[in-house]
Design a protein around this ligand. Structure first.
Ligand code: APR
Length: 236
C-alpha cells in the first residue's frame, strides 16, 4: 500500500560539510579533524577511560571554534523554508548553527557541543553554552561531567524520531555529509520512493538509491534548492 506523503513536510539531513564554509573543520576532508587527531584518542569510551583530560580538551576546543563561527547562507536558507513547510532538520553535527540561523526543529543524532552529561546517570544533561568542562566538574550526583556527544561505539540519539520524520516527508535534502557513518546515514533509505530526494555535497562515499547528487558548495546550492521549493517547484 503506497505510503501517504505529507506534501508540507521537508526533512533536511546535514553533516559537517554544511558548516565548513562557516569555518568549522569537517572530519574526513584533507584538513579534517580525523587527520589531526585520532578518533581512538578523543572520540571513544576507551579514550575517555584512558585520558579524560585529552577528551575534555578536544571538545573544549571544538566548543570555542563553534562559539566564534556564524551560520552561513545554507543554514539561513534552510531556516527560511519554515515559512511554507514543516521542516525537520536531522543533523549529525554537534554545532548549534541551524538553531542560530532560526531553524526551530533540529534533531541532533550525534549530540550537542553546548550540553554536558553526568557519567553516572545519562538522564542528567545540562546546558553549558560555550563553557569548558574540566576534570572535577561534577553533576548533582557528584560524578564527572562529559560532553553530551555520541562517541564511536555508542548508540545514536533520537533514531526512531528521525526515522519517523523521514518516512512520510515529500522532500528530502541531504547537505554536506560523506554518508560514511552508520546508523545515521542509513536513515536516508527510509525515505519514500516517491519523495523528491536531493544530495548537495562536494563528495560522498556511496549515493543512496533514488537520490539526485549535486556536487556543489552548500552555501551556493542550498539557497537555490530552497528557492525552488519555496516557489512550489521541483529542484531536480
Ligand atoms: N559544501 C558542501 N559539502 C561540503 C563542503 C561544502 N563547502 N565542504 C565539505 N563538504 C562535504 C565533503 O565532501 C564530505 O562529503 O562534507 C562532507 C564531510 O564529510 P565528513 O567529514 O565525513 O563529515 P560527516 O559526514 O558529517 O561525518 C559524519 O562522522 O566523525 C563522525 O560524528 C562525526 O557526525 C560526524 C560523522
Amino acid at each position: 500500500m503506497a505510503r501517504i506523503l505529507n506534501k508540507k513536510k521537508i526533512v533536511i539531513f546535514t553533516g559537517a560539510g554544511i558548516s565548513a564554509e562557516s569555518g568549522i573543520k569537517t572530519f574526513r576532508d584533507t584538513n579534517g579533524l580525523w587527520n589531526e587527531y585520532s578518533v581512538e584518542d578523543v572520540a571513544t569510551p576507551q579514550a575517555w577511560r584512558k585520558n579524560p583530560e585529552l577528551v575534555l580538551e578536544f571538545y573544549n576546543e571544538r566548543r570555542q571554534d563553534i562559539r566564534h563561527a556564524r551560520p552561513n547562507a545554507a543554514h539561513d536558507a534552510i531556516a527560511r523554508l519554515e515559512k511554507e513547510y514543516e521542516v525537520i532538520v536531522v543533523t549529525q553535527n554537534i554545532d548549534n548553527l541551524h538553531e542560530r540561523a532560526g531553524s526551530s526543529n533540529v534533531i541532533h543524532v550525534h549530540g550537542e557541543i553546548t550540553k554536558a552529561r553526568s557519567t553516572l546517570d545519562e538522564s542528567l544533561v545540562y546546558d553549558i553554552g560555550y563553557n569548558s568542562i574540566s576534570p572535577g566538574d561534577t553533576c548533582e550526583s557528584k560524578s564527572q561531567l562529559r560532553p553530551h556527544i555520541v562517541w564511536f561505539g555508542e548508540g545514536i540519539f533520537h533514531f526512531d524520531t528521525a526515522r519517523a520524520s523521514i518516512k512520510d516527508a515529500a522532500r528530502i535534502l541531504v547537505v554536506g555529509t560523506s554518508l560514511s557513518v552508520f546508523p545515521a546515514a542509513g536513515l536516508l533509505k527510509k525515505a519514500s520512493f516517491h519523495a523528491e530526494k536531493v544530495i548537495v555535497s562536494l563528495d560522498i562515499d556511496k549515493k543512496p538509491y533514488g537520490y539526485k547528487f549535486i556536487r556543489a558548495n552548500a552555501s551556493k546550492m542550498v539557497p537555490w534548492v530552497v528557492e525552488k521549493w519555496l516557489n512550489g517547484e521541483r529542484a531536480v
